[in-house]
Ligand binder design. Structure first.
Ligand code: DX5
Ligand code: ZN
Length: 221
């Protein structure tokens, strides 16, 4: 297993002070910035695009930016996000007509690529492309909003994904997104995740340092 990564989702940050907020969670010990892109088409909400990613880079954010595309179509946004400073780009397989092509497109732009699985989306989308993904992201809520409750069936799915990854022998990250808190992060890790997105649990906490430290303590036990 690779070292655990904590990725605060900026969906729950104060957008009016986004640069400061991202700097603050990184100072508090976060590893990766999780950047949720919603288009009011693939998901019923609307957020931010490549210009905001570029603005974070211009502000001086050098940590990896993990762009989670909840958009349809996918491909036209890939070069724009790569140019805007994305490090990783993940997309939902249902939103791309040509999944293999989209994965190659992301990698050809120098970013790590991954597929995102909604709670009811089967892992079989990985069958013929496992060697082309750098990360597998399991949604533990239905995408579109922060602050939802973790769906327990995801634990079993995480174990299945962990088995697939281990059997492949490839260094693929297993990321979990939705409803992650200090209270459930240990069992989520036990089920096989090694990268943890947390939005409301971090940004709604009064002290980012304290909550990230508590998460790491849970992961160390
Ligand atoms: C939901 C997003 C998540 C969300 C997580 O569609 O993909 O990244 O911000 O928020 P929490 O941690 O509050 O569930
Ligand atoms: Zn996300």
């Amino acid at each position: 297993m690779q070292p655990y990564l904590i990725a605060p989702s900026i969906l729950s940050a104060d957008f009016a002070r986004l640069g400061e907020e991202v700097s603050a969670v990184l100072r508090a010990g976060a590893d990766v910035v999780h950047f949720d892109v919603m288009d009011n088409h693939y998901v019923p909400n609307l957020t931010i695009g490549p210009m905001v990613c570029q603005a974070l880079r211009n502000y001086g954010i050098s940590a990896p930016i993990d762009v989670h595309l909840m958009v349809e179509p996918v491909d036209s946004l890939v070069p724009q996000f790569a140019q805007a400073g994305a490090s990783m780009i993940t997309f939902h397989p249902e939103a791309s007509r040509h999944i293999d092509r989209t994965l190659q497109l992301i990698k050809s732009h120098g970013c790590q690529a991954g597929l995102v699985f909604n709670p009811a989306t089967p892992l079989s989308y990985l069958d013929y492309v496992l060697d082309k993904v750098d990360m597998v992201l399991l949604m533990s809520v239905n995408p579109g909003f922060g602050g939802q409750k973790f769906i327990p069936a995801t634990l079993n799915k995480l174990s299945q994904a962990r088995r697939l990854i281990d059997q492949s022998g490839l260094p693929i990250r297993l990321e979990i997104d939705g409803g992650v808190t200090v209270d459930n992060i240990a069992e989520i890790a036990a089920a096989g995740a090694d990268m943890f997105v947390a939005g409301s649990a971090i940004f709604n906490a009064p002290d980012y340092n304290a909550v990230i430290k508590q998460m790491r303590q849970q992961l160390a036990n």
